[in-house]
Write a protein that binds this ligand. Structure first.
Ligand code: PGA
Length: 256
């Protein structure tokens, strides 16, 4: 298996539906003042309306821009939707697909998530595929089978090659925004399961895919999670709205 040091850590801040133009400016400026942090890639994922504004502030800097969602369609009569091509146009580099809040609150199923993953790839952008089990599924001993199903839906539609350069975020639903964090060993177990499942298709791609942990990652717990052999970064919600906390997590990734 590929050595962990060949995977650059990625710390991505999912702002969810939070913020304002002023907040976006202040937060991004605070981050820019501290970059680079080792070899860590840092991505901000604001709501759509702030993408272009942030893009103009970060031009020429190391901060990457991400989007929280995308349409599976390339264009046309889909009022309210945003295509991957449009995101590419405004300088987006990475796109979350299948975040659990979209799966749960907007009814996105595995097939739709796979179609979105494909749309993102087609536009030349990097998908960040979010997967994770609910508390009920974990308690029923189904964490691996649920995560495996979510992964297989994308593998079947897009093939293992589509994972080259993509990232995966393991986000146990019970740990998102709850303050309850998976233990390092619980997270490592699923990350290793995911990598092995990809390796059954292509060991080299599996060894290079970055698998992020998400779900109440904070400065206090980041170091122990990021030290795990298959945890290559974090998808940070709440703590990404505070520049100091977000930077502390990025520094922990640099030390890992
Ligand atoms: P959280 O959110 O860090 O607030 O738990 C993570 C996410 O949903 O991406």
């Amino acid at each position: 298996m590929v050595d962990k040091t060949r995977r650059k850590p990625l710390i991505a801040g999912n702002w969810k539906m939070n913020g304002s133009a002023d907040m976006a400016r202040e937060l991004v400026d605070a981050l820019l003042g501290h970059l680079p942090i080792g070899s860590v890639e840092i991505m901000v994922i604001p709501p759509f309306p702030y993408l272009a504004q942030i893009r103009s502030r970060i031009a020429g800097n190391q901060l990457l821009l991400g989007a929280q969602n995308v349409s599976m369609h390339a264009g046309g009569a889909f009022t309210g939707e945003v295509s991957a091509g449009m995101l590419a146009d405004v300088g987006v580099a990475g796109v979350l697909v299948g975040h659990s809040e979209r799966r749960e609150l907007c009814g996105e199923d595995d097939a739709q998530v796979a179609a979105k993953f494909e749309a993102v790839r087609r536009a030349g952008l990097k998908p960040v595929l979010c997967i994770g089990e609910t508390l009920q599924q974990r308690d029923a001993g189904m964490a691996e089978s649920r995560v495996g199903e979510q992964l297989d839906a994308v593998l079947e539609r897009c093939g293992i090659e589509a994972f080259a350069g993509a990232a995966i975020a393991y986000e146990p639903v019970w740990a998102i925004g709850t303050g309850r964090v998976a233990s390092a060993s619980q997270a490592q177990q699923i990350h290793s399961f995911v990598r092995t499942r990809l390796a059954n298709h292509d060991a080299t791609i599996a060894g290079l895919v970055r698998i992020l942990y998400g779900g109440s990652m904070k400065p206090e717990n980041a170091s122990s999670l990021l030290a795990c052999p298959d945890i290559d970064g974090g998808l940070i919600g709440g703590a990404s709205l505070n520049a100091g906390h977000f930077l502390e997590i990025a520094s922990a990734a640099a030390r890992a």
